[in-house]
Design a protein around this ligand. Structure first.
Ligand code: MG
Length: 396
């Protein structure tokens, strides 16, 4: 396919997801441990032909975008973001203008995609690029399996649409860059803001829009139930599953608090260590590294390095997560057991789950935190220190 023009993708992610509701816009809610947008970026990024992936975001979502970009595992050099406008049409136009400002070729192809469709397979993306190169404008469609009834305001059936001619229209929609850029500029100049998608806008400018076969996995997350469908999709799509274990011990020393699972807990002693001496996060870090055979915490953060003196251990855990993601892994769950006579862990369990889940992007029901004593036996039983053991489950 050496004759193909350059290809870019534009993800529209500027909406606030009001239809689904909730405090977080739907494109930033997590499925399978990663934001919806991260899945969309990762799928586009899996196709090497796509040189650049721009995301149009709400002006207030810069941080959420950065987290999604990182979680996608796609090289930052291929990604950019730009602020959107008040409507989808405005946002797409601003994204196209950002591509133009970056010097993207007018005869290149641009795939315009919804962030809320996280599962664009490589097969369907290559289909889009091929159709775009051939026709200049093409959209993925699916046949309509059910009869299309027409009802009035009272919900009474008044007739049927002809199903044979009807198609469900999906994204990514693909266009010659110069064609769709000019179409958007003309719509702006003409004061036309009534287009529901880019195909309609291109067609209004006289561009013949072709179709290619879409994909059921391109479904759009619109309702709350779609999140459960997305989780099921990920569970089915998961291939290899890997586990890693970690174990860590820190001895007590003079002090008035310990740090366990990222939570500071008042205690009669402190734990001795080079960093903040959190055995739970250290064991979890080793568990994550174990899933990718990438050494251990001491190798990446040697105690001999002054840089890590007193360091907060969530930095180590976040680094291990980055390594897992870069190797294509999706962290599914972690579990840990803390072994000590005191302090009592139960009152701090929820805070630890939240702290660990915050670092790893996992909901509380994917973060196990358990505690046991060792019946006064051994070093933990003699209250000489605290041990923690952890396991991580990663899907590839
Ligand atoms: Mg340690």
């Amino acid at each position: 396919m050496s004759s193909l023009p350059p290809v870019a993708a534009l993800i529209v992610a500027a909406g606030r997801g009001t239809r689904v509701g909730g405090a977080v816009a739907k494109q930033y809610r997590r499925i399978g441990g990663r934001p919806v947008l991260a899945h969309a970026i990762a799928h586009l990024g899996a196709v090497d032909l796509i040189e650049t992936i721009g995301t149009v975001i709400h002006a207030e979502d810069g941080e959420a975008f950065s987290a999604s970009a990182l979680a996608s595992g796609v090289a930052a050099a291929r990604l950019f973001s730009t602020s959107g406008g008040g409507s989808r049409q405005d946002s797409v136009r601003l994204g196209l203008e950002a591509l133009a400002a970056r010097g993207f070729a007018r005869d290149g192809l641009v795939l315009i995609h919804d962030a809320a469709r996280p599962f664009a397979s490589e097969v369907v993306l290559l289909r889009a690029i091929t159709a775009g190169a051939r026709f200049g404008a093409a959209i993925p469609v699916l046949p309509v399996p059910d009869t299309l009834g027409v009802v009035d305001a009272e919900g009474i059936l008044r007739g049927n649409h002809a199903r044979a001619e009807a198609r469900m229209v999906q994204t990514p929609q693909v266009f010659r860059f110069g064609v769709i850029l000019d179409a958007h500029r003309r719509a702006l100049a003409d004061g036309r803001a009534d287009f529901t998608d880019d195909a309609g806008l291109a067609a209004a400018c006289g561009q013949e829009v072709h179709t290619f076969m879409g994909d059921a996995d391109l479904f759009k997350i619109t309702e709350e139930t779609d999140f459960a469908r997305a989780e099921r999709h990920l569970a089915n799509a998961r291939g290899e599953s890997r586990s890693g274990i970690g174990y860590d011990v820190h001895a007590f020393t003079a002090g008035d608090h310990v740090v366990l699972g990222g939570v500071s807990i008042p205690h009669s002693h402190a734990l001795l260590g080079h960093s903040d001496a959190d055995p739970v996060l250290h064991a979890l870090t080793d568990a994550l590294l174990g899933t990718i055979g990438d050494g251990d915490i001491g190798m990446h953060f040697p105690p001999s390095d002054e840089k890590w003196r007193g360091a907060a251990s969530h930095l180590f855990l976040a680094d291990a997560l980055r390594r897992v993601i870069e190797r294509g892994g999706t962290l599914v769950s972690v579990d840990c057991t803390i072994v000590c006579e005191a302090p009592k862990i139960g009152p701090h369990r929820a805070a630890m789950q939240a702290a660990i889940g915050g670092v790893l992007g996992l909901a509380a029901d994917r973060v196990g935190v358990k505690a046991t004593t060792s019946e006064k036996l051994g070093f933990t039983g003699r209250r000489e220190g605290i041990a923690a053991i952890a396991i991580a489950n990663v899907a590839f």
